[in-house]
Write a protein that binds this ligand. Structure first.
Ligand code: ADP
Ligand code: MG
Length: 262
């Protein structure tokens, strides 16, 4: 199994959309995919028609065993999605109680990595959606993954958030055997706006090695797909957004992943 995380300490930058778009394209290509919702808001869980406010069992259950994950539990939590080859490890609002715990102290940093290790035989790929906050959940996402996707909205404030994300990553890398490779993905790009164009230039100058050389455009079909509860490629395989995500997937698959953690 190959594990990717989609993270940024900022909301509304396209993390959930990117997670589902990439997972959908992998599944279209025949891969068995598990998507992991580590955001207490449960956007991805809601996207696929499950209510994070009323779910009785969720990823929260995995955190309730002092860092050891009972055998078989992750598989019991899986829920179906709109795609037959995508399963969801759902979030619930209970996760919010974990979100603000200090990452270093709890001993809970590898819960997701250990849980995914149990699903190794059943899936080819895992894609983890993250909360917009540095805490135990974000640390779990980064610790479990072999490649990191950082969506960045093409507007001025986004670059500041990105610098914060990159220093978080440096902190995580100190406790990993191998640095986590990452790709910065410009999102919500609108070529007609000054902000989009100049942010893209700034990103090119500031992060030349890690920046994906294309972008995800603003595409209302992506919003329509979320309203329909379908992956972007299920909803419209030829929309500008889907086409851009297809190119991104190709780029990510060509990269060398870090070795597995748990
Ligand atoms: P995050 O998970 O980082 O908070 P989301 O993926 O939920 O961000 O995106 C925030 C909002 O923007 C959602 O309503 C989503 O449908 C919309 N959105 C995301 N990417 C695009 C895009 N490329 N074009 C148009 N709308 C988008
Ligand atoms: Mg989200």
């Amino acid at each position: 199994m190959r594990v990717w995380a989609v993270s940024n300490q900022k909301g509304g930058v396209g993390k959930t959309t990117s997670t589902i778009a990439l997972a959908g394209l992998l599944a279209d290509a025949g891969k068995r995919v598990v998507v992991v919702d580590l955001d207490p808001h449960g956007s991805m869980t809601s996207y696929f028609g499950h209510d994070p406010d009323t779910l009785e069992n969720s990823i929260f259950d995995l955190f309730q065993h002092q860092g050891s994950v009972p055998q078989g539990l992750p598989a019991q939590l899986l829920l179906p999605t709109s795609h037959e080859r995508i399963s969801l490890l759902p979030s619930s609002t209970a996760l919010a109680t974990l979100e603000r715990q200090s990452p270093g102290q709890s001993g809970l940093g590898l819960v997701v990595a250990k849980s995914l290790a149990q699903l190794w035989q059943d899936f080819d790929h895992a894609v983890i959606d993250s909360p917009p906050l540095l805490g135990v959940l974000m640390v779990n996402a980064l610790a479990a993954s072999q490649q990191l996707v950082i969506p960045v909205q093409t507007e001025f404030l986004a670059v500041k958030g990105l610098e914060r994300m990159v220093s978080t990553l440096a902190m995580i890398n100190r406790s990993r055997k191998q640095a986590l490779p990452y790709t910065i993905v410009p999102t919500l790009f609108d070529r007609r706006t000054q902000a989009s164009m100049s942010t893209l230039r700034l990103l090119k100058n500031s992060f030349p090695e890690h920046l994906w050389q294309a972008y995800i455009p603003v595409d209302t079909r992506l919003r329509d797909a979320s309203r329909a509860g379908l992956t972007p490629s299920q909803f419209d395989g030829n929309s500008r957004g889907t086409i851009a995500y297809r190119a991104l997937l190709k780029h990510l698959l060509a990269q060398q992943p870090a070795s597995q953690v748990a």
